[in-house]
Design a protein around this ligand. Structure first.
Ligand SMILES: [Zn+2]
Length: 249
């Protein structure tokens, strides 16, 4: 019997340690997996101290990734522990098992990431429809919220930055556009063409090695003050050449 349970855990929770499958109940449409954490205690979410004093427990029913055409629902016993530290502001806390749902989540982490990937590929309406095909009933706005909750991609700061102006409102208003010369992608737009804005932007990015700009005086001054470490190139063609020279390849 023990061997069977072990295989079930490896099958159902290959990346989650300390989880025990208590039972699996299969009906026509749904697989119900009863599971619980096997750790004796948990670290307090307020102060980090370890506690083995169980205060209470309750059941949660997060949905998991469907399996073989059936919905999968976990029946998870979650414990609340008492914090042993008197000075800690949190008298009790709920155990958190990595990979299982977040505190108030209604999905396991792997279902959440599956739905997020669907949302990223298809956006709200089509994403919700595709999730339905996969057996997960979810609204269009929920799919969008999952995508919005993603952390901002960690864009690498440019090494060679091009500064130019752009016009809006039919040329009546000018701003500054900053381009990563190496990837040829715009990095940022500044709402004006002021030296101070460019100085502030460059000062936050000390890793910039080359600033390519046109000959406008406010760009020259901005580059000199904001990025004193950088080489300035006041010509686009030269800038392309400079890129070849400074390139580590
Ligand atoms: Zn505590």
């Amino acid at each position: 019997m023990e061997e069977v349970v072990l295989r079930l855990e490896e099958l159902l929770f290959p990346s989650i340690a300390d989880v025990s499958v208590v039972s699996v109940d299969v009906s026509n449409e749904t697989i119900r997996v009863q599971a619980r954490s096997t750790t004796i205690g948990s670290a307090c979410s307020g102060c980090g101290n370890w506690s083995i004093q169980v205060h209470s427990s309750y059941l949660r029913f997060p949905a998991d990734v469907p399996s073989a055409g059936r919905r999968v629902v976990l029946c998870l016993r979650v414990r609340r522990f008492a914090c042993p530290v008197a000075s800690c502001g949190r008298r009790t806390f709920i155990e958190q098992v990595p990979g299982l749902p977040r505190r108030y989540g209604r999905w396991t982490e792997r279902l959440r990431s599956t739905l997020t990937a669907v949302g990223l590929a298809l956006a709200g309406r089509a994403g919700a429809r595709m999730a339905g095909v996969l057996g997960v009933s979810v609204s269009r706005s929920t799919v969008l919220r999952l995508v919005e909750a993603l952390p901002e991609p960690d864009l690498q700061a440019p090494r060679v930055v091009g500064v130019d102006e752009y016009a809006t409102r039919k040329g009546r208003h000018y701003g500054t556009v900053l381009v990563d010369v190496e990837t040829r992608r715009p990095v940022d737009l500044l709402p004006d063409r002021e030296t101070s804005s460019l100085v502030a932007w460059l000062a936050k990015r000390p890793e910039i090695e080359v600033v390519c700009r046109d000959r406008a005086p406010f760009f020259a001054e901005g580059a000199t003050v904001g990025a004193p470490q950088a080489v300035q190139v006041a010509d686009r063609w030269q800038c392309a050449m400079r890129r070849l020279v400074v390139s580590p390849i």
